[in-house]
Write a protein that binds this ligand. Structure first.
Ligand SMILES: [Zn+2]
Ligand SMILES: [Zn+2]
Length: 244
């Protein structure tokens, strides 16, 4: 499978650099993970809106969800123009406000998931882990039909159960919201040392740090994660293509 980083900032976008959004592709199937600020515009460098039929949301904080409305209206207006008659499927944690928001727009349908769910979309199987974060949030383990595994943590503080969930992944895209020594857990996040420790304990082959802070020297994040034991650590970059 291939994963393209559409956005990687935490909180708010920078110029032409969105917040969370990751496009997964294989055999002509596309799945978008999260719809952060700027993602609806930027993802069109890689897939036409009418070719994107599956969006999986980790949670509904703005930096992961605020562009959802753009995808819903895009599908509806393209339908009115006779360009598409296929539903846009939105998968996310159960939330009546979001369910109504999605299902009230023509040609979009909401599918709730929880920690026990397994989604099968084209060549992909997606499993979920309930994170520790101020709102209901899930990490995703995506396995393709060749057995390759990508784990995307979304937002969470360090958890042993998240280590187990991520075990042996070929690629881990982990949040890294702050610097070594900062109290990230208080806000339901990981600092660079915790992200590195988590990666090392899970035994993943390659680690991409994302959900990056807007202050400090982000290269220090990589150093801290490596010092904590993580291997092959990189910072996520917009337009980065990860072959898995
Ligand atoms: Zn969040
Ligand atoms: Zn976030």
């Amino acid at each position: 499978m291939k994963c393209t980083v559409i956005g990687m900032w935490g909180g708010f976008p920078e110029e032409d650099e969105p917040t969370s959004g990751y496009l997964i592709e294989k055999d002509g199937f596309h799945i978008l993970l999260d719809t952060g600020s700027g993602v609806a515009a930027h993802v069109q460098n890689y897939v036409e809106l009418n070719d994107l039929h599956h969006i999986v949301m980790s949670h509904y904080h703005y930096d992961h969800s605020v562009d959802l409305g753009a995808f819903l209206f895009g599908r509806m207006i393209n339908m009115f123009m006779g360009r598409i008659d296929t539903e846009l499927n939105i998968y996310g944690p159960d939330d009546q406000k979001i369910i109504d928001q999605v299902n009230d727009v023509k040609l979009s349908r909401f599918h709730p998931y929880d920690a026990g769910s397994q989604l099968n979309i084209g060549p992909f199987t997606i499993e979920f882990h309930r994170n520790n974060h101020p709102v209901e949030t899930y990490a995703m383990r995506i396995t393709d039909d060749e057995g390759k595994v990508l784990v995307y943590t979304a937002d969470s503080s360090y958890m042993d159960s998240l280590v187990q969930f991520s075990e042996g992944a070929d690629v881990l895209i982990t949040e890294c919201n702050s610097y070594e020594g900062e109290d990230a857990a208080r806000l339901g996040h990981m600092n660079a040392e915790e992200a590195g420790l988590f990666s090392s304990r899970a035994g993943v082959k390659r680690t991409i740090l994302t959900h990056l802070p807007h202050y400090g020297d982000v290269n220090e994040l990589t150093e801290s994660a490596e010092k904590a034991g993580a291997e092959n650590v990189e910072l996520a970059q917009v337009d980065q293509v990860i072959e898995i």
